[in-house]
Design a binder for this molecule. Structure first.
Ligand SMILES: *Cc1c(COP(=O)(O)O)cnc(C)c1O
Length: 372
């Protein structure tokens, strides 16, 4: 079939879906480029994890639909029951399931903006409306404005902490204060995809800080994709009240979590100390990169995740091109900034050098220029 013929396929696609841009993946990198566009873990998989996957060969059988072994293991880790854990093929799939369960046409979903680029599409698919509340000037969630945006059509609120792509967090006290203003029948998702990289003791941790226990309308989302390095296998989880998770289980596409993914997640938990040591190395590189960028006079907000945010504003696409020409693939958000993942040790020098060369071309007073 020619392209022309397929373009004119007369099937009636919902107009809002037809106008939704398909998911755009971080750019693939050439063999010798640093791929710092998708917040992936730069370390090769642990041999013990690879061995566990290799041993999981009964692929003629369907997997365990509820990922029972992994749920039991996570329940033990977090001190909840197995029914209060739900595993999905990545936490993006879980956000989709939850939104399908609570929001439909005419309903509103509130999240900060700029935040995770998947939220608007995941909101639109069930027919709900995104309510984007701008970040503050220093890239924090504006929790007062988010609380003020709640209406009787609000069905869900997503708090992304650390926020992708800007890296900032919020305190447990601020989250509690916010939740006190939110009606108890509104689902609040704490998206903690980068929780393992957080070193600031004031940053919220929904489980540790008792928020999950105190607010039955809150769920906490985590993933094995980032700190645990299993992005390619697709496995994440959500902790929360059984009634909410049952609703997500009802909208889930059954059997999406493979036995290999479940096994790899379990093997990762068995080898957590090694993985945590790697996370510590990435955190150290994050500190190095932030320090060196700031020493070069570049304004970069603090990050508690495995990426940093450079607010190049209108010069973003030119900056991204300069990075690419220098062998670093970053994630640009046109008109706003670029997100650069923390990757290989050797990438730090290169990032600083390119960032500096771009900033040197920008006028005095450009927001990405430091106060120095
Ligand atoms: C990466 C990411 C996720 C999860 O990704 P999965 O691979 O689907 O688990 C969720 N939320 C945010 C904010 C992310 O950046």
């Amino acid at each position: 079939m020619t392209n022309e013929a397929s373009n004119s396929a007369p099937v009636r696609v919902r107009p809002e879906i037809a106008s939704l841009p398909p998911y755009k993946q971080g750019k693939q990198a050439g063999a010798d480029a640093f791929k710092l566009s998708s917040n992936e873990n730069p370390f090769e998989p642990l041999p013990a994890v690879v061995d566990a996957i290799r041993a999981e060969v009964t692929i003629n059988r369907y997997p365990d639909a509820s990922a029972g072994r992994l749920r039991a293991r996570l329940a033990e880790k977090y001190g909840v029951t197995s029914d209060e854990v739900h595993v999905g093929s990545g936490s993006v799939a879980l956000i989709a399931q939850l939104l399908l369960a609570v929001a439909g046409p005419g309903d509103e979903v509130i999240f900060a903006w700029r935040s995770f680029e998947a939220y608007p599409g995941l909101t639109l698919v069930p027919g709900a409306t995104s309510v984007k509340v701008p970040l503050t000037a220093d890239f924090a969630h504006d929790l007062d404005a988010m609380a003020a945006a709640v209406t009787d059509r609000t069905r869900a609120i997503i708090l992304c902490t650390p926020n992708n792509p800007t890296g900032g967090t919020m305190s447990a006290a601020a989250v509690r204060e916010f939740l006190a203003k939110v009606p108890g029948d509104v689902l609040v998702m704490l998206d903690e995809a980068y929780a393992e990289f957080v070193t600031d003791p004031d940053a919220v941790d929904g489980v540790r800080d008792g928020i999950l226990a105190d607010f039955p309308n809150v769920v906490v989302l985590r993933t094995f994709s980032k700190a645990y390095g299993l992005a390619g296998l697709r496995v994440g989880y959500v902790l929360g009240h059984q009634r909410i998770l049952d609703a997500a289980r009802s909208t889930a596409i059954p059997l999406s979590v493979t036995a290999q993914a479940e096994t790899a997640a379990l093997a990762s938990l068995d080898n957590e100390a090694q993985l945590k040591a790697r996370v510590a190395v990435l955190v150290e590189r994050r500190t190095q990169l932030l320090d060196r960028l700031r020493a070069a006079g570049i304004m970069v907000p603090d990050s508690q995740a495995n990426f940093v945010w450079l607010a190049f504003g209108d010069d973003t696409m030119a900056a991204a091109a300069a990075f690419e020409a220098g062998g670093v693939i970053v994630r640009p958000f046109a008109g706003e900034g670029v997100r650069v993942s923390i990757g290989e040790a050797e990438s730090i020098d290169v990032i600083v050098r390119i960032a500096q060369s771009v900033v040197d071309t920008l006028p005095e007073g450009h927001p990405v220029r430091g106060l120095a």
